[in-house]
Design a binder for this molecule. Structure first.
Ligand SMILES: Nc1ncnc2c1ncn2[C@@H]1O[C@H](COP(=O)(O)OP(=O)(O)OP(=O)(O)O)[C@@H](O)[C@H]1O
Ligand SMILES: [Mg+2]
Length: 378
């Protein structure tokens, strides 16, 4: 067994305060998984082996199986700052490399609309450590998509108002990807499967080359030796295409992340909600596993995963009826279609789980029934 300290990749590297804050700290509830140990050993083993280095990882599988937490655990083990990009359909190249923004004089700013003035104000005030979208997200509470759209529209308006003989300075705001790439962070790239623009995928591809570089308007930057990219994606989840082939080809280690085994599910639930009744947790985990399987086999789109399990178990731990909360925490999350619900219910009855859940809710009735039977026998 390796201890966590064995995994630090660059022991001599000194992180800035900002960077040190980005290194994930494992909460007490974290349970290291087989996948975590395997990836760590693989990366360590090949770290100084030049072209054989492993630094692009793919975690593909079920929602809630622990992909993001695994990426964060790698940040903790390797002592690398953790950052992430959440991909979206309309991502464009400036979301990959970054945005250039003209720095215009205060008189010109004053001629703009109030809302544009506000946008420019926060952008100019920032220390250049964050991407433009992040700055706008934080300052105005925009979503990533909104921030990206606002940014593009602002740039268009500024370009339209540009006067021919005007001398403008430009300032470059690197994207999250560029920042991680240049400074050697662990970057989680969430769901790149949704990206529509081929040029964006190409830009991502070249960023994943081990000896790659990214051409910025201001300079060419090379990949920091500590940069690790972890792509996380759901398999067969509606609305996503399969992962782009050439992106897939640049992966040096992949893990298939499914709903964990019953034992792991129970261990994580105990750690997370502090409810320790293994008998109950086993029953709830069995139910989730069966529902997950049944939904899949019957092409029911919803998911019965770890998140449903935690919330259901927590509800039961708090005294709720297992059977009733099953509907609100698990089944209706999968589907509200009556035919599909019937399929799920039948599966539970067929495996005897339905009766066991009833028994959990009404132990007295069953004991009562048993006593009645005994009485009748006598
Ligand atoms: N190793 C672990 N130990 C304890 N709890 C874990 C572990 N991995 C994941 N979890 C818990 O399981 C839940 C889901 O994990 P996570 O968000 O990492 O899943 P995911 O695969 O990234 O999901 P999604 O596909 O929705 O992005 C979280 O509440 C997380 O804390
Ligand atoms: Mg995730």
């Amino acid at each position: 067994m390796y201890t966590q300290e064995h995994y630090v990749l660059s022991p001599d590297r000194v992180l800035t305060d900002e960077e040190a804050k980005l290194v994930w700290r494992k909460p007490k509830s974290h349970k290291a998984s087989e996948e975590e140990e395997r990836i760590c050993k693989e990366i360590i083993r090949n770290w100084n082996r030049g072209e054989m280095k492993i630094a692009n990882i793919l975690l593909e599988g079920d929602a809630g199986s622990g992909k993001t937490q695994l990426a964060k655990a790698l940040s903790a083990n390797f002592r690398l700052p953790y950052t992430k990009v959440t991909c979206f359909a309309d991502m464009d190249k400036s979301d990959v490399v970054g945005a250039i923004l003209p720095v215009i004089s205060s008189e010109r700013v004053a001629e703009l609309s109030q809302s544009d003035q506000k946008l420019l104000h926060v952008l100019y005030e920032s220390d250049g450590f964050q991407s433009t979208t992040e700055i706008l997200q934080e300052a105005f509470g925009f979503s990533k998509e909104q921030a990206s759209i606002q940014m593009k529209q602002l740039l268009n308006r500024l370009a339209e108002q540009h006067r021919d003989n005007e001398v403008v300075e430009y300032r470059f705001y690197p994207s999250e990807i560029v920042r991680a790439y240049q400074h050697g962070y662990l970057l989680e790239i969430q769901e790149p499967t949704v990206i529509r623009d081929a040029a964006v995928l190409m830009a991502l591809n070249s960023a994943l080359e081990l000896d790659g570089s990214i051409n910025l308007p201001t300079e060419v930057i090379t990949r920091h030796p500590d940069f690790i990219a972890v792509i996380t994606t759901n398999r067969n989840y509606t609305g996503t295409r399969p992962l782009n082939e050439s992106l897939r080809d640049r992966i040096q280690h992949s893990e298939k992340m499914d709903l964990p085994s019953r034992e792991v599910m129970v261990e994580r639930a105990i750690a997370k909600i502090g409810f320790e009744d293994r008998k109950v947790l086993n029953l709830l985990a069995d139910t989730i596993i069966l529902l997950d399987k049944t939904a899949r086999v019957n092409a029911i789109k919803g998911v019965a995963g770890m998140r449903s399990f935690f919330y259901w178990a927590d509800s039961v731990a708090g005294g709720a009826s297992a059977k009733e909360s099953l509907y609100h925490k698990v089944i209706y999350k999968i589907t509200t279609d009556p035919d599909e619900i019937a399929i799920l219910e039948q599966a539970l009855q067929h495996q005897g789980l339905d009766a066991k859940l009833d028994e959990l809710d009404h132990p007295e009735t069953l004991q009562g029934n048993a006593k009645k039977k005994d009485h009748l026998k006598q």
